[in-house]
Ligand binder design. Sequence first.
Ligand code: NAP
Ligand code: ZN
Length: 334
Amino acid sequence: MPIQAYASHSAKSALALFEYEPAPLRPHDVEVTISHCGVCHSDLHLLDGEWGGSYPMVCGHEVVGTITACGNAVDPSRMGQRVGIGWQRGACLACDYCLRGEENLCEANEATCNGHYGGFARAIRLDERFCHPLPNGLASETVAPLLCAGITVYAPLRRYQANAHTRVGVVGIGGLGHLALQFARAMGCHVTAFTTSERKAEEAQTLGAHQAVITTQAGALRRVSRTLDLLIVTVAADLNWYDYARTLRANGTMCFVGAASSTVNIPIGALVSRQWQITGGNIGGRALMREMLAFADTHRITAQTEVLPFHDVNTALDRLRQNDVRYRFVLAWD
Ligand code: NAP
Ligand code: ZN
C-alpha cells in the first residue's frame, strides 16, 4: 500500500500531496500509522534548502502514532503501541557512543526526515528501536514536540547538571525555548527568559521563568551581566554572541542548540579569565529520551500547541517562518 504524505519538490516551494511505496519491513522495522506530527524549525531549514537534502522531501520529525505492522524480529506485543519518533531514526547501535547511550553522536546516525521520508505523512517505516513508548499521561497533540524540541533542551540541562543552585537563561522562546523554561523550572533552577517579544516576556512567567529580558530594549543584556551559570541558545538568528556570553558568571556554560549559521566570536582572554565553556547540543540519546518523557509525565510538562489539520501544513510553515506561533504547531489527521 502506498503511503500518502506532504512533500516539497524544490527549495522553498509549497508542500503538496505525494504518495510513495514504502520499502519492505526489515526484521527490526515497524510501520507506524501517524496521528500527529509537530512542525520544528529544523523542518523549515530543510524545506528552505539550507541543509541540502533530496526531493521529493517529506519533512516532519516530531511524530506520534501507533505501531500497525512489525518486522519478524519485533516483539509482536508492540502491535498497537502508541509511540513517538524524534529527529533520529537509526544508528549502528554498536559503536562506543551508541553503547554509552549517545546514539545521537553515532557516525552512522540516520535522520528521520533527511534522506528518508518523514512524518508529514499517514505512516512511516523505521527501526522499532527508535520508536519510543509514550507515557499514557501525555496527550498525543502536546507530547509530539517533546520528541525533538523537548529532548534537545532537556539534554543540556541534564549534561550540565542543572539543579536548584543553577541560574539558567534561555534565549529564544519558541518551540525549544518554551519547553526549556518548563524543564529548567521543574529542575528547581532560577530561570531567565530572553525574548524579542514583550508579550512572550509576560507569558514566560507562566511557563516557569522567574524573570524575562526583552532583548530588543537598550541595555537589556547588560542588566543581567555575570548572573547565569547556563545559557541555552535556541535562536537560529545571527546575534552578537559575546554580548550574550557576558551574561555568564565565571565557570558558566553557553550551549548552542539553535542552528544559526554564524561563527562564535568571543575573545580568548574572556574565556581564560572567566573559564566559560562554549558548547553545542545535538538532540539526545535513547535513554535520555525515555527519561525526558518520564520527567515530563511526572512534572506535567507539555508543549503549548496549536493543532492544525495536516492539509494546513503550508499555513503552519509560513506562520512559523514569521515567528507567529504559540509555541508549536502540531499537525493532526482528521
Ligand atoms: P522557533 O519555534 O522558530 O523558535 C525560535 C525562536 O528564536 C523564536 O521563537 C524567537 O524567539 C527567536 N528568534 C527568531 N528570530 C530571531 C531574531 N532575529 N533575533 C532574536 N531571536 C529570534 O524554532 P525552534 O523549533 O524552537 O528551533 C530553534 C532552532 O533550533 C532551529 O535552528 C532548529 O533547527 C534548531 N534545532 C536544533 C536541534 C538540535 O538538536 N540542536 C533540535 C531541534 C531544533 P522570541 O520570539 O522569544 O524572540
Ligand atoms: Zn526538530
